[in-house]
Design a protein around this ligand. Structure first.
Ligand code: ATP
Ligand code: MG
Length: 225
């Protein structure tokens, strides 16, 4: 088992209003699995993914990564864990606007002290991945010069550069045409199989559920099998 969530609750408070988004989520994920979580817009999929990935603490409950309670770690240890073992592809990409495509992709690797790889080897790896997603002609472009789908592909490559043990993907094909979307999914599936990288993918597209080892549905704050 690589990840375990126990009784996760998330309550957002806006002034006096409370929004109870997650109402007791239990989930265990084994190494190398491809897990898909579906659910309607606003169900809390991104919220859950951020909590599972160590980005946002739950109101109640615990997340264990390789047996370690991640929200019990110091900020420094959690950042190190996220940087070295966890990859993230965000729903709205979060690319750094003042850096080029290649720089954006290299960024997590350059701050990864656990990765003993020389800059030229890293660049070769980045270029190889960018080639696979059809962006080799775009490496010196800035995010603003790219289409939504191109930015999304950059975000996928950036999520993979550190060879994470687990990759969290939030709607990684939401902005792609069906052919490009399928290419991204088959790239993820290939790396999942070849490198035993665990994938947790969130989507409201039921089509994507086809390639999953396990599928869950998030609705009304609970996860159903
Ligand atoms: N920071 C926040 N403060 C208050 N409410 C929030 C916050 N973030 C999300 N929410 C609310 O929590 C609910 C779940 O949001 P979330 O983004 O997790 O949904 P989602 O399932 O990812 O939706 P989508 O498919 O549209 O991306 C929504 O009703 C949203 O408005
Ligand atoms: Mg979302």
């Amino acid at each position: 088992m690589i990840l375990e969530a126990r009784n996760i609750h998330k309550i957002y408070t806006n002034g006096k209003k409370e929004l109870h988004v997650l109402k007791g989520i239990d989930l265990t994920i084994d190494i190398g699995r491809f897990v898909v979580i579906v659910g309607p817009s606003g169900a809390g999929k991104s919220t859950l993914l951020h909590i599972l990935g160590g980005l946002d603490s739950p109101t109640k409950g615990q997340v264990f990564f390789a047996g370690r309670d991640i929200y019990g770690l110091t900020d420094t240890s959690l950042s190190k864990l996220r940087n070295e073992k966890i990859g993230f592809v965000f729903q709205f990409y979060h690319l750094l606007s003042e850096f080029t495509v290649l720089e954006n992709v290299l960024m997590p690797a350059l701050i990864n002290t656990g990765l003993r790889m020389r800059r030229d080897a890293l660049e070769r790896k980045a270029l190889g991945l960018l080639e696979k997603v059809g962006l080799i002609q775009r490496i010196t472009h800035f995010p603003v010069q790219l289409s939504g789908g191109e930015q999304q592909r950059v975000a996928v490559v950036r999520g993979l550069i550190n060879e994470p043990e687990i990759l969290f993907c939030d709607e990684p094909t939401g902005n792609l045409d069906s052919k490009t979307g399928e290419e991204i999914i088959s790239l993820l599936k290939r790396i999942n199989l070849e490198n035993k990288m665990t994938v947790v993918l969130v989507t409201h597209n039921p089509e994507l559920a086809k390639i999953a080892d396990s599928i869950y549905r998030l609705q009304d704050g609970v996860l159903e099998n």
